[in-house]
Design a protein around this ligand. Structure first.
Ligand code: UT7
Length: 323
């Protein structure tokens, strides 16, 4: 038994923020952002939080799979912008959609969150513990973005994507996950604190900081390396892989991965131009886009690959068999 994606759903806030909009608040311009990242615009939430975006994506994934919320046994939500320390966003989704029979929890693996959720669910299916799951990547990174920092604020966007998983003989065929905590400072978002009454420590804001070049180098190394490992383990050739569905962080990272793998860029679909980097939501948002464009056929073999803060990375090779 393994985990098969039975349905995909996605949801993004309606407000579109263009590069020109950002050029009015930091020193940047459309040409720089497009040429360095491939991003033209992103969605930014004005009133919906991570849990709300996640719940809507989850409803759409359930519709696509033709299932009702009561049938779900497990909800795993990956996010790097949770609404609260607790309760988890997964528990909020459970309540919002009425998945009364599910166990629900969040995982913190940043942009690799959706892959970690998929692999964790697949492992639990393989162990025979659960047979249905909802996995979600959801973010409102706009609330932890430093809007005075042009090195980060131009990159990120809000959104959510979800997949319904069913236990089956086909689906996830190979998976891989990794972490390197020694590189944790390269991409960081500190917690908000109210200070400490014993030491007189001041309250602290929580916001994102990033060493862009270090993260870039890390991604360009780890993404192709993970894909090569999955290909080797599965005994499959590159020709048998229909698409590489990569975390949408930067168009140049995706181009570099394609070059290293010796694969044509056409096998690397992208949504980065419209949504920016939506962290854990980027892979399911892209999968949903591919489904809408009817790019995937039953039996297609695809590789998903993500990386992010931690540092973390993960990949999965799967057979596409929705329904
Ligand atoms: O999900 C994982 C999350 N993060 C990532 O994947 C990020 C990976 N890294 C990147 O995508 C890239 O490193 C960035 C897009 C963040 C930056 O691109 P870069 O080509 O690495 O630029 P850089 O940091 O080397 O900066 C080059 C120049 C600098 O100016 P000087 O020192 O050469 O005068 C920056 O100050 O570009 C400047 N710069 C900007 N200029 C206009 C940095 N940000 C901007 C900006 N607009 N927004």
């Amino acid at each position: 038994m393994t985990a098969r994606i039975a349905g995909i759903g996605a949801y993004v806030p309606e407000n579109i923020i263009t590069n020109d909009d950002l050029a009015r608040i930091v020193e940047t311009d459309d040409e720089w952002i497009q040429s360095r990242t491939g991003i033209a615009e992103r969605r930014i939430s004005s009133s919906e939080d991570t849990g709300m975006l996640a719940a809507e994506a989850a409803r759409r994934a359930l519709d696509a799979a033709g299932m009702c919320a009561e049938e779900i046994e497990l909800i795993i939500l990956g996010t790097s912008s949770p609404d609260n320390n607790y309760p988890s966003d997964a528990c909020m989704v459970q309540a919002a959609i009425g998945a009364v029979n599910a166990v629900a929890f969040d995982i913190s693996a940043a942009c690799a969150g959706f892959i970690f959720a998929l692999n964790l669910a697949a492992g639990l299916f393989q162990a025979g513990i659960y047979r249905t799951a909802l996995i979600i990547g959801a973010e409102t990174l706009s609330k932890v973005t430093d809007w005075t920092d042009r090195g980060t604020c131009i990159l990120f966007g809000d959104g959510a994507g979800a997949a319904v998983l069913k236990a089956d003989e086909t689906g996830v065929m190979e998976m891989l996950m990794g972490s390197d905590g020694t590189k944790g400072d390269a991409l960081k978002c500190t917690s908000r604190t109210l200070g400490n009454f014993l030491t007189g420590t001041e309250p602290r804001m929580g916001y994102m900081t990033m060493d862009g070049q270090e993260v870039f180098r890390f991604a360009v190394k780890k993404v192709p390396e993970s894909i090569e490992i999955l290909l080797k383990r599965s005994g499959m050739s590159r020709e048998e892989i229909r698409y590489y569905v990569l975390h949408q962080a930067n168009r140049r990272i995706i181009e570099a991965a394609a070059r290293k793998l010796g694969e044509p860029l056409g096998k690397f679909p992208m949504t980065i131009e419209r949504f920016g980097n939506t962290s854990s939501a980027s892979i399911p948002l892209l999968l949903n886009d591919m489904v809408e464009k009817q790019m995937l056929k039953p039996g297609d073999k695809i590789i998903l690959s993500g990386f992010g803060a931690g540092m973390t990375w993960g990949a999965a090779l799967l057979e596409w068999q929705p329904g």
